[in-house]
Design a protein around this ligand. Sequence first.
Ligand SMILES: [Zn+2]
Length: 467
Amino acid sequence: MMKRMAAAVYARISQDRSGQELGVRRQLEDCRAEADRRGWQVVEEYVDDDMSAYSGKTRPQYERMLADLAEGRRDAVIVWHMDRLHRRPAELERFVDTCVRAGVRDVVTLSGDIDLAKGDGLLMARLLAAVAANESDSKKRRGARKALEIAQSGRPMMGGPRPFGFEVDRVTHNPAEAVVIRDLAARLLAGETLASLATTLQRDGVATVGGKEWRTNTVRAMLTNPRLWGMRVHQGQVIGAGTWAPVITPEQGERLRRLLLDPARRTNRSARRYLLSGMLRCGKCGRPMHSKPKNGVRRYGCVTGPDSRGCGGVFISAEGLEAFIAQAVLYRLDSPDMHQALTGDGPDEEATRVLADAIQADTDRLDDLAVMFADGEISRAEWLTARYRIQQHLEASRREFAKVTHRDAVADYIGRGDELRQQWDGLNLSRQVAIVKAVLDHATILPAAVPGRHGLDPDRVVPDWRL
Ligand SMILES: [Zn+2]
């Protein structure tokens, strides 16, 4: 008895929601019937689930079928329609190439056979693939029109990950995330920096929808998205109100956009920020304290709740504390100890320059390595090994450099505390922060002896001086 042709059957579930296309079961049934009619044996059915061939995503079953074809384990392919197989010409060429090499001539589609041994077989396949590609393009155009209609109706855009603060329906608030958004907005409008917000989010273990750590740019993008105050955005433009409730007020939203998107405001913001962000620890539990404004009053606090692990037992108003720490810093700058510390064994300009050169050289080497890897001159393993060594060295240089520049921040002011005291309020915040950080490692804030007492009780502040 003659060996029966070993046929591969390929089916794919499409994302087309119009309901016009046939389900995968029907595709398989049609293909099996076709195999029966030809007297072929279906030895394997390959089904890819819910992925569009056009999007370029990998299709594991398709790849497995190609591998089986390449190994000569299949004699023929049956597929319901050519656009089930490929939608891009390059993909088709690869498929045809694989078949030709393996001597597989019979590629059957239910819309017409393709005999790859004949010249017009390939042409036919190409035509079918071109038609499929064109269908995808017009689908996209239809999709764009549909997207605009949906946008104009105020309904949310679906697809992709859900926005932070909302459930998957993009309308219902996610209660926990909405609280985070309101807190971030309030803190930012009270003068805290994006960097400080991102740092506290990381520290509190709050992740993005994708499970990643927040960065300043992702926090900025999230807080400036008009969707938060109920506006529908289409292709970068607000085109009207959305069908969901705002998480923050439109007035807050506009202020956030002005604050975060105005380039002039990015570098030199007004004074209502937090001088001691990242430098305070709770005297009860030892955790870092966060900026925690209340009723428009700037405060630092040990933050409790599911997103933060503090005890919630210590709060202090920012105004008095910052003035007190600043005075203490300025006082120390005039002390003989400080003078000794800064001038005694301080690094000279030469050492600073050498460090800066070393950092630049390492950075260049990392760039060169990446190029060498991209050009195939070195393997991935070689690249990673070399990169690791350079990064170790680079980190050490950066740490050393940070020490040097900390000292640089105050070097000009040694013995001139009075002068600095007069200038202090006019310095921008980043300069103030640099000076305080140069001198203060951190301060521990003890619980209030008399709760609710106004003004600063200096006994609550236990500084740990760096210098
Ligand atoms: Zn605490």
